[in-house]
Each structure stands twice: as C-alpha cells, then as structure tokens.
Design a protein around this ligand. Structure first.
Ligand code: FDA
Length: 411
C-alpha cells in the first residue's frame, strides 16, 4: 500500500467557510489541508457586494435566527451564530486594519475592495500554517473504521489529483450551486448522499424573478427603472413582506426587494407589490380629483417615477383622462391596483444569477454545536452547503464564518 500524507483535517472548498475554518483549526495547532478545484480562492467573496463584500450585518439577532434565515429549521443556526457573532468578525476585520462602512439596515461593506477580506483570510490561514492545494480535484473520499493510525473513530482517505491523503476529519465547505461559471458544484451534496445524509431539495434563492413573455411585454419598456416598494408573498398566516427597492428588467423583476422575496416565494403562487408604500392612495387620488385637471398619469408622477406612471395609466382607457373627469370607481380601481399589484412569476433567473442556494444538507443530520454529521464521526458540513440560507445583507457570510468557527473548535 502506498504511503499517504496525514493531516488532522482536510477542508474541501476554499471559499468563505472553508478558508475561515481552516485558519481557525490551524491556529489551534491542527495540521490542516485546504483543497479547492478552482485556480483562485474565494471567487464569491471577490464578486460579492458589488466587489466590496457585504461581510456581515449588525442587525443579526442570533436569538431569533428565523428573522433573517430561511430553511427547514432556522433555529439550527442559533448556537453557532450566538458563539461567533458579527461583532467577533468586525473585531477581526479591524485587527487587520480593513476600512469599512455601514450602508443601510446594518450591512457592512469594505471601503476599498472585497480583496481585503480575501487577503485577511489568507493571512489567517498562513498564521495557522494551513497547507493549500489549488487547483486540485478531489476524486473520492473513503471512510475507514479500522485505520492503523487512528485509535478511535477511524479516518478518511481523500483521493485527489495530487495523491491520497489521510485525515481524522473531513470538512465539506463546497458551498451551493449558484454561479457555476466560477466554480460552484454539487460535490457537497453528492458526498452527503454517499454517507447517507438526507438532503433538503435545492432551489435558487436571492434570485431575480421571471414572468411570462407576453404578459410581461407592457412592462419590458420599464427595464432599468427602480423604486422603493413593499413586496410580499405567502398566505395570510405565512405572509412575508420586505420594504426595499424594486428593479424592472427586460425579463422580469430584480433589485433587493425581489431577491429577498424570491427566497420565500413558492412556485405557482403569486407575489404582491405595493408600488407606493406609505401613501394612502384612495385619499391621494380623491384629493387630486377635487383640485386638479391634470391627466391621471401626471398626477401619478407625483407618487411614482414618471415612466411607471405613464405605463400604468396606459393600461386602461379609464385612466387616460384628466383626473377630475375620472369616475370614482376608476380611481378606486387604480388605487387598488397600485397598492396591490398581484403577479405570478413563472420562475427565477436560476443559479446563474442566484446569490444563494436554498435547501442542502438536512440540518437534522448534523450537530448544531459542531456541524458534524451525527451518524458519521469526523465528517462536517459548513456554510452554504447546509440547509441554512440568509437574507441579502451580509447574513450568508456571517453564517459561513459562524458555522466555520463552530466546526473548527470541534475538530
Ligand atoms: P463558497 O461558494 O464561498 O465556497 C465554496 C468553495 O468550494 C469555492 O471556492 C469552490 O470553488 C469550492 N468547490 C466547489 N466544488 C468543489 C469541488 N468539487 N472540489 C473542490 N472545491 C470545490 N453573501 C453575503 O453575506 N454578502 C454579500 O455581499 C454577498 N454577495 C454575493 C454576491 C453574489 C454574486 C453571490 C453569488 C453570492 C453572494 N453572497 C453574499 C453569498 C455568499 O457568497 C455565499 O453564501 C458564501 O460565499 C458561502 O460560503 P461557502 O464557503 O459556503 O461557499
């Protein structure tokens, strides 16, 4: 039998979670090998936050993860999020002298570039003497309960392009399916299946929504237009609402409002948009009727972007007249449609545009304190590969850091 290299832990995936876990485990004195099939580390950090990486969120409430996380059981994330908080990551960023700022709703971004966060993680890995093989394909992972090296649970043989390595623990940090062109694969899910771990069905989250071509054509001319809205989905009991900006695209809707709601939207159900949140539309239109002779579109332009006001009024002949000549019924219908624009998406733009993958390794199969597979000692799943997905705004990175820290402590 050929001799193989031995490590305490092999971390597969040098993205946000993998780099951070490897660094912290290495700093505890463990021998760590970090493997990634891509030529460059952390491609998603590089493109995140428009190149400035929204690395955490000050508003994260670890006691109530269901407020900012989606999944079959968001409470699963509570211990890890409580033990490694946004404040902990901010302290690390400050320790590395990285300048940052808060945009809105607690979102923290680098002043300069996402590269600062990558450089910080690589410096932390160097501090932990982490060995990194990249690009390197992992061909196979085999668990052996009767290793001569390990006295207790057993060990893993990881067969890679650069040879076979042996390790007490394997950490799977291969992320989700979003943006395949920069290295996303289903490796983590396949490995989970190989070890009989259940999976929760995957689908794109934080993704633009698309609509039927013909039904969408009146709105396609609005591509590029953005406005603040209230957007919601779900039944009365399960209703979720976001107050964010909406962006019209050629194929449908995007912008923070739509990305957020897409993680809650169920295929086959409608979404509802209030295009003038905070405005009492029946009152505003009644007042306009009482004292104006302007066209309805011109009156609407005081409440909405002018292009949207024009497109909206063009939808009915009842709305293409001076406001004082419109019937009360027509104005009531206009107020209702603007306050509750109900539309049925046909789908999302898919993984090529989604910022996150919903679903993944079923949290019931993992320890919420260590992220270790309950039925497979020494096998850990961290970051996006797990069925924990965050809201837009730095929550996904905070989950990557927190789950990595919990795992690194347990290795
Ligand atoms: P991540 O995807 O970071 O890393 C996985 C790694 O595994 C990659 O390096 C990949 O190459 C590697 N890998 C995959 N398959 C492999 C295989 N078979 N063998 C070896 N290696 C393999 N979040 C946030 O909080 N703030 C933000 O600003 C943004 N912005 C943002 C923008 C865009 C465009 C996207 C697509 C996503 C975001 N996100 C975000 C989400 C965030 O990037 C994401 O949730 C984290 O990167 C997840 O971290 P992981 O380490 O789990 O996976």
């Amino acid at each position: 039998m050929p001799s193989s290299l031995h490590f305490d832990a092999v971390v597969i995936g040098a993205g946000a979670a993998g780099l951070f876990c490897a660094a912290r485990a290495g700093q505890r004195g463990l021998g760590v090998l970090l493997i990634d099939h891509s030529p460059r580390v952390a491609e998603k950090i590089r493109i995140s936050g428009g190149g400035r990486c929204n690395f955490t969120n000050r508003e994260l409430d670890a006691r109530a993860p269901q407020r900012h996380f989606v999944g079959a059981n968001p409470q699963f994330a509570r211990p890890a999020l409580s033990r490694y908080t946004p404040q902990d990551f901010i302290a690390l960023v400050q320790h590395h002298g990285i300048a940052f700022h808060e945009k809105h709703k607690g979102q923290l971004f680098c002043d300069r570039s996402a590269e600062d966060i990558i450089a910080m993680l690589l410096a932390e890995c160097a501090d932990g003497r982490v060995e990194r093989w990249q690009p390197c394909q992992v061909k196979n992972v085999v668990f052996s309960a009767s290793s001569r090296r390990e006295s207790s649970a057993g060990s893993y043989q990881i067969d890679t392009e650069r040879g076979t390595v042996e390790a007490r623990s394997v950490v799977v940090a291969t992320g989700g399916l979003s943006i395949p062109k920069i290295g996303a694969t289903d490796f983590g899910y396949r490995l989970a299946q190989q070890f009989d771990l259940p999976l929760v069905e995957r689908r794109p989250g934080l993704a633009p929504l698309t609509f039927d071509g013909a039904a969408w054509s009146p709105y396609a001319q609005l591509a590029g237009l953005a406005l603040p809205v209230a957007i919601s989905t779900g039944s009365k009991k399960t209703r979720t609402t976001f107050h964010e900006d909406l962006l019209f695209t050629h194929r449908g809707l995007s912008g923070p409002a739509v990305l957020q709601i897409s993680s809650y939207w169920q295929p086959g159900t409608p979404i509802a948009i209030d295009l003038a949140p905070g405005v009492h539309l029946p009152e505003a239109l009644a007042l306009a009727k009482a004292r104006s002779r302007k066209l309805i579109a011109n009156e609407l332009a005081a409440l909405l972007p002018a292009r949207l006001a024009d497109a909206w009024a063009a939808q009915s002949t009842d709305w293409q007249r001076p406001v004082n000549e419109a019937s009360d019924k027509a104005l009531a219908r206009l107020a209702e449609r603007l306050g509750r624009w109900e539309l049925a998406p046909t789908g999302t733009e898919g993984y090529k545009k989604a910022e996150v993958t919903l679903g993944g390794v079923d949290t019931r199969a993992l320890s919420q304190h260590t992220l270790e597979a309950k039925a497979q000692p020494g096998l850990y799943f961290i970051g996006e590969v797990v069925d924990v997905a965050g809201w837009l705004g730095g929550y996904n990175f905070q989950w990557a850091w927190a789950s990595a820290a919990a795992c690194a402590q347990a290795l």
